[in-house]
Design a protein around this ligand. Sequence first.
Ligand SMILES: [Zn+2]
Length: 91
Amino acid sequence: MKYSKKEKSMMRKEGSCVRILLDKNDAGRIRFCENCDVVELEIGAISLRISAEDLHIVALLVKDADVRLAYYRLEKEYQSREKPLNDCNMH
Ligand SMILES: [Zn+2]
């Protein structure tokens, strides 16, 4: 069985995991393995492996949820301030 030059170089690369730290903060860290084309999210005791191309869509999901949570809390705060007048102690 013959392999092309490109395939041979790909086979060599599959040898071992080389993880590159993409980012980290108090929540955890995210590493990328070029050989596996996998992104590892480490949050607390949880380790999540996703394909590198999915990272963007996962990031959007988290970002969107974060924004919606902020709006949800603002909305709740606004509603709690708008209590009926008979709740007011001034009268
Ligand atoms: Zn790997």
